[in-house]
Design a protein. Structure first.
Length: 205
């Protein structure tokens, strides 16, 4: 658990905590956001879609994420960060699993809209809110670390997802990505976000 006192130090334990949260960010960004571009060609071929039809799914994902952003922020402010981010990871896993069974345009759109809902609870906005609440004196440093790890997502996942699609096919590749959220991200969020502060811990020094 990170520091919750009024010390001006940022301990090694705090740093490890932030790096662990950032690792979940790397997976969330890479397995969904950056995987989309690599999935376009095989999904279009399998479902008989045009590029305009398939690209709309990405817009639906962003729309769903944006519509929920305000509500997610309020839930985190009320101390529900553990449920928000763990639930977001599990929803991403469910959406990726749903995607493996998609055989028409409607199902494809539903999958990516659900992923937008999951991303609303797992990407930078909720993570930054968590860091600001837990590290009021050091949130800038924590956000830099988190952003750095999120920025590595394309470097790690573009080749990884491309290899998975080539080796397993796109449907099986999606199952692997779903497993990352069930086995890594959801447990990380559940463990890290215990005992959330009920109110933002403001610096009164």
């Amino acid at each position: 658990m990170p520091h919750t006192d009024k010390s001006h130090t940022f301990s090694k334990h705090d740093a490890s905590w932030v790096w662990a949260l950032g690792f979940a960010q790397l997976i969330s960004w890479g397995s969904v956001f950056y995987a989309f571009a690599l999935l376009l060609d095989p999904v279009e071929q399998a479902l008989g879609l045009g590029r305009a039809e398939s690209s709309l799914a990405f817009s639906l994902m962003l729309l769903a994420e944006g519509l929920l952003a305000f509500h997610v922020g309020r839930w985190i402010d009320r101390g529900h960060e553990r449920w928000v981010m763990t639930g977001g990871s599990l929803l991403l896993a469910a959406a990726l699993g749903w995607h493996t069974q998609v055989h028409n345009l409607l199902g494809f759109y539903v999958a990516w809209a659900l992923m937008g809902v999951g991303l609303a609870g797992t990407l930078y906005p909720p993570a930054f809110a968590v860091l600001t609440r837990r590290f009021p004196q050091h949130f800038r440093r924590a956000i830099i670390v988190l952003t750095f790890l999120g920025g590595l997502a394309s470097t790690v996942f573009m080749p990884l997802v491309a290899w998975l699609i080539h080796s397993l096919g796109w449907r099986s590749a999606l199952w692997v990505l779903a497993a990352l959220h069930v086995l890594i991200c959801a447990p990380l969020h559940w463990q890290l976000l215990r005992r959330a502060p009920k109110q933002p811990m403001l610096d009164t020094s």
